[in-house]
Write a protein that binds this ligand. Sequence first.
Ligand SMILES: *Cc1c(COP(=O)(O)O)cnc(C)c1O
Length: 404
Amino acid sequence: MKYKNGHFYIEKVSASKIAKKYSTPTYVYSFEKIVNNIKKFKTNFKKINPIICFSVKSNANLDILKIIKTHNIGADVVSKGEMMMALKAGIDVKKIVFSGVGKTSNEIDYAIKKNILLINAESEDEIINIEKIARKNKKKVSIGIRLNPDIDARTINKISTGKKENKFGVDINTFKKIIRSYKNSKFLEFNCLSVHIGSQITSHQPYRIMLNVIQKCLNECNHKFRFIDLGGGMGIQYTKNDNLLNYKKYSSMIQKFLKKNKVKIIFEPGRSIIGNTAIILTKVTYIKKSGRKIFIILDTAMNDFIRPALYGSIHRILPYKISKNKIIKKHEFVGPICETTDKFLETSSFQKLTNGDLMIICDVGAYGMVLSSNYNLRPASPEILVKGLKTIVIKKRQKITDLI
Ligand SMILES: *Cc1c(COP(=O)(O)O)cnc(C)c1O
């Protein structure tokens, strides 16, 4: 995805051609970028040879999952729907892990019947329920327990999950207690210690602390696990101000850990695989000059893409066509919805824009389409996959008549 002669291209197709064919707003993915990210991820952890389970909650498009599946990647799912979608994409059941603090009995029963790799339990209550359902199914179920290592992933607060005030996982003492109490269960097999400390992590330091806490927990509970599931969370560069995670350091820390512990590592990356593989094509509907600000009103809104409104996250906005005519004045890029938070970005200057101009919202592949809604009865945007010169519809635009 880059500019050629001042015009934005996704692989070999210009953004304008896609907008003409499919209208706006539209999510557009690059096939090549997805494949490159997968290859890069594998190279970064080559010496560890992990099981990689893509976090389906970051992007649940069936065709995207099928691409991921062709690279022998499994799935980390957090609902029955995601499990069904992963299976529909052909993902190997022996590479599916099921996380989440509130799995219902129906969801647990489904997972048990499918014989997935691991159910990562997050409370003692859940363990009791899994054992009950396993007994009913007359099966020994492969279990992970999610440890809450009580550390600060130093990421934005709303996506931190590894502090003790977060609802995720159990503390070390509860962890040990569960192992002690259920070790001899005929229906539970404790195969995995799992963690996931947060998302958009750009420093290896929180991971270092995490590994130390895991080691401490392993030393204290004296149980042999087959897997250690380290979760996902690897950050990406949304803007130049974001640091990049030092994969070399993270990988060598894990290698050291593996010298002491004979286990298989599982990763659950979402954002780092899919985040920077997509953009939203959007058009300027109106330009409104108000005092010292210029509002650029786009045809995309928080229902299409909620990350800025939900987390205050920053996504670059680019013009399709570059011009040198710069206006130095505060610009606010907003959507049409009647909510003050329906706002994408503020900049201190931007090139001169006019109604109908085509724009690009960057890095929307993760937690983009999956978080969209029909708020204001706006139909869902389509998803287009670009592969060289080809454009493929991987999800159709929802019809307004489907909503009414
Ligand atoms: C969300 C989530 C992930 C993926 O996180 P990313 O930051 O997208 O890599 C992995 N594991 C669990 C348990 C999650 O909840």
